[in-house]
Ligand binder design. Structure first.
Ligand SMILES: *Cc1c(COP(=O)(O)O)cnc(C)c1O
Length: 401
């Protein structure tokens, strides 16, 4: 068990803590589920991009799914080999495409016809062949929060089946493109297997239809999206997930690429914040803490639920309170009407399940430095990112006069 009090004393608050052993366990479980096939786990760096975390997955043999050239650079810095790095995303700039081709990564996930032309042109200028995969939008409702749904025709991601087919033919005829993969990623925090299975079916049918015109792909990239338990959700078992997908690939000799983010990191992370004040208004009890939406945006952005644990010697009955931060926005809260005992100055609240899309979505809003990050492994803790200081925050600003 992680000793939150000790770590909060040692590293101060607000503080992110990551349990690397938990990440290992999740990684091994997912990798194991696909063991009947060749597979590469390409960790979705955006879920938690701290270099020590990426390095941890690198040491386990993971690849990386990156959504900016900055993330590609992180993957290289963490020692992930080029042949396990994928570059996805709906709006890649020319310099990003150029660098990805020069670095000879596994492939670029292309998300539009215009982007395919751009990649071809840049590869031609560099006198290279760019390996590509095309992100197909299977138009399946993933039954998740609309902000994290990506596989419907009104989402900005991917291309429809017939456009994808046209793009494969173009890529196959190009001297500077090599179509090696196919990709889909229908959303995040998925807790239903059916939409995933149906998408895999649609996409594998396209692979078969491409084979009939002599376009043979090597990689079947199933994206990420596996949901986790934040509260009482019933989630997908990794073994069932793998079986459902593999079942759609009968007769196809493809390497599976899986891009897990949240599944590996969410429940490995804790956010520790200190109680500043209790405050009772006419209609409501508030617990004001030293962490805020600039540290952890998910409750404000998605109304996300996070379990919150009080570290206190208070034994009073629990009553409902809103847990709010110091930022000047009514949307700055971690929970509403959450049952908590009476708390005093310096008691701790631990927000659970924040290892994915936590620190990375942070900002400096209200001129607040971002929290420190600490990793715990084999019972030992280590600082993996320093707390930002005021000097860090103003370092890039220039005087107008
Ligand atoms: C965000 C993202 C992932 C990871 O999603 P999770 O829900 O965290 O598993 C994987 N692939 C792509 C293309 C993504 O954009």
């Amino acid at each position: 068990m992680i000793n939150f009090k000790k770590l909060a004393n040692e590293y101060k608050t607000p503080l992110y803590i990551y349990d690397l052993d938990y990440m290992t366990k999740q990684y091994e479980e997912l990798k194991e589920a696909f063991k009947g096939r060749k597979s590469i786990m390409a960790y979705a760096v955006k879920s938690n991009s701290n270099l020590s975390v990426v390095k941890h997955f690198s040491n386990l043999g993971s690849g990386a799914d990156c959504v900016s050239i900055g993330e590609v650079r992180r993957a290289f810095l963490a020692g992930i080999p080029a042949y396990k790095i994928i570059f996805s995303g709906v709006g890649k700039s020319d310099y990003e495409i150029r660098e990805a081709i020069e670095k000879d990564i596994l492939y670029i996930n292309v998300e539009s016809e215009a982007e395919l032309s751009r990649v071809e042109l840049i590869a031609k200028e560099l006198n290279k062949i760019s390996r590509i995969s095309i992100r197909v939008n299977p138009n399946i409702d993933p039954q998740t929060h609309p902000y994290i749904s990506t596989g419907l025709h009104d989402n900005k991601f991917g291309v429809e089946i017939d456009i994808a087919k046209r793009m494969y033919i173009k890529a196959n005829n190009s001297e500077n493109l090599d179509p090696v993969g196919i990709h889909f990623h229908i959303g995040s925090q998925l807790t239903e297997l059916k939409p995933i299975y149906e998408s895999a079916e649609i996409v594998s049918d396209l692979v078969r239809s491409l084979e009939t015109i002599k376009i043979e792909l090597k990689f079947f990239d199933i994206g990420g999206g596996l949901g986790v338990k934040y509260d009482e959700e019933v989630t997908i078992n990794p073994y069932d997930y793998a079986q459902a997908i593999l079942g759609t690939l009968k007769g196809l000799d493809l390497t599976i690429i899986c891009e897990p983010g949240r599944f590996l990191t969410a429940n490995a992370g804790y956010f520790v914040t200190k109680v500043l004040y209790e405050k009772q208004n006419a209609a409501k009890r508030f617990v004001v803490v030293d962490g805020a939406m600039n540290d952890l945006l998910r409750p404000s952005l998605y109304s996300a639920y996070h379990k919150i644990q009080a570290v206190t010697d208070s034994t009073s009955d629990k009553t409902n309170a809103d847990i709010v931060g110091p930022v000047c926005e009514s949307g700055d809260f971690f929970a509403k009407d959450y049952p908590l005992p009476a708390l005093k100055h310096n008691d701790l609240l631990v927000v659970h399940s924040v290892g994915a899309y936590g620190f990375g979505m942070g900002s400096n809003y209200n001129t607040r430095g971002r929290s420190a990050e600490v990793a715990v492994k084999d019972g030992e803790s280590r600082l993996i990112r320093k707390r930002e200081t005021f000097d860090d925050l103003v370092a890039l600003e220039l005087e107008f006069l």
